[in-house]
Design a protein around this ligand. Structure first.
Ligand code: ADP
Ligand code: MG
Length: 367
């Protein structure tokens, strides 16, 4: 099911009549979510992710704009008639019911033509339970299960009605690190198997990048960039997106373009043909540094962290916006730990320039 968001807007009015404190939680969001894809809605806390999801589900009414499922305008349709499955961070299972009863619950409330026989309901419930691999736990109560298992039950309950759209709001946030990793792969598998158009909300960029067909990056209610995860990582449109994606995060420096060369401090570190002379922010991905004794960029060596396949070189540079510069180098490189400075050359396609005022990307020719 294709989902179309057209100029979707949500304004929460000011609670205090004397001062204007209205919040534009979602501002003019237009996007067509292709059928059968998993979309990661990503951004820091408070950027409008949940509000967007609640409008798609019908739990909240938009202030402006429209929502279509396929060709149906669902903007004014109540939640129960939209055919959406919802999963929240806190599972929200009925504690006094068994797993089976929890999963059956949405089916027992179906009315009219949708009403199902007991056998049909059980068949559906077991189908959903098998999808999330909890069919052996059907007689347990939620309190007798781990967080990961409870979240599987919640996902099964959302799937049992065969929703047109599956909506997940930070579903992994209550799980520990290992379960988070495992469950996100499960969600990806379930999504592939069922082909249900899925919107997955998270503030965790790594989570969104790892399972999404496309990501939508939001900031203060405004969509910043939409694209395939790798595409957005490789081609951020502005400094916010560049900083939000990637671990370790991108390194940011104060820089200057003069005569087609990029300067960080006194050092001309890169040819940036086609860029006018100006002050810029320079973003360099950790993997954009190459250890090179003849390289143009010099940093003061602080420490070297071994990570197995790679090493992380921690250094300092006066022009850096952060206390330290992090570069990731293949562990095959021999590093003399005792030296005071390290020299780098830069991979041009890992270096991004941004306007100092607007923080929009400035493009240069990569030779
Ligand atoms: P996210 O899910 O990305 O953390 P939300 O969508 O929950 O963000 O919130 C977006 C903005 O809208 C925030 O500034 C939040 O405080 C505000 N907001 C959310 N719900 C309400 C509400 N019911 N009343 C007033 N403001 C709200
Ligand atoms: Mg939220």
């Amino acid at each position: 099911m294709k989902v179309v968001l057209q100029n979707l807007t949500k304004v929460f009015p000011s609670r205090n009549k004397k001062v204007n404190e209205e919040v534009v939680a979602v501002n003019d969001f237009t996007f067509t979510i292709p059928d059968g894809k998993l979309i990661g809605l990503l951004g820091p806390s408070g950027c409008g992710k949940s509000t967007t999801l609640y409008m798609i589900s019908g739990l909240q009414k938009p202030t402006g704009g429209q929502i279509f499922f396929g060709d149906d305008d669902v903007t004014d349709l109540p939640t129960e008639n939209r055919g959406v499955g919802l999963v929240f961070q806190n599972y929200a299972l009925y504690p006094h019911m068994t797993v089976k009863q929890n999963i059956l619950f949405p089916l027992q409330n179906l009315k009219g033509a949708d009403k199902m026989s007991k056998d049909e309901m059980l068949e559906r419930a077991y189908y959903a339970a098998r999808l999330v691999q909890i069919e052996d736990l059907m007689d347990r109560k939620p309190g007798e299960m781990s967080g990961g298992q409870q979240q599987r039950v919640a996902i099964a309950r959302a799937l049992v009605k065969m929703p047109r759209v599956l909506l997940l709001d930070e579903p992994l946030s209550n799980l520990d690190a290992r379960l988070r990793l495992q469950t996100r792969e499960e969600i990806r598998r379930i999504q592939r198997e069922t082909g249900i158009t899925t919107i997955f909300v998270t503030h965790d960029q790594e989570e969104a990048m790892s399972i999404s067909d496309m990501i939508v990056v939001m900031k203060l209610g405004v969509v910043q960039q939409i694209g395939a995860p790798q595409e957005v990582y490789d081609n951020p449109l502005n400094l916010f997106v560049a900083k939000f994606l990637g671990t370790p995060p991108i390194n940011v420096f104060d820089g200057k373009v003069a005569g087609g060369k990029l300067y960080i401090g006194e050092e001309a570190v890169l040819d940036v043909a086609g860029v006018e002379d100006q002050e810029v922010f320079v973003g360099i991905r950790p993997e954009g540094f190459v250890l090179d004794d003849n390289g143009p960029m010099s940093c003061k060596l602080s420490s070297v962290e071994v990570m197995g396949r790679d090493v992380s070189i921690v250094s300092e540079n006066a022009a850096s916006a952060n206390p330290v510069v992090r570069s990731i180098i293949n562990a095959d490189n021999k590093i003399d730990y005792s030296r005071e400075n390290v020299q780098f050359s830069l991979k041009p396609h890992k270096v991004f320039l941004f306007n100092k005022e607007t923080e929009e990307r400035i493009y240069f020719e990569v030779k």
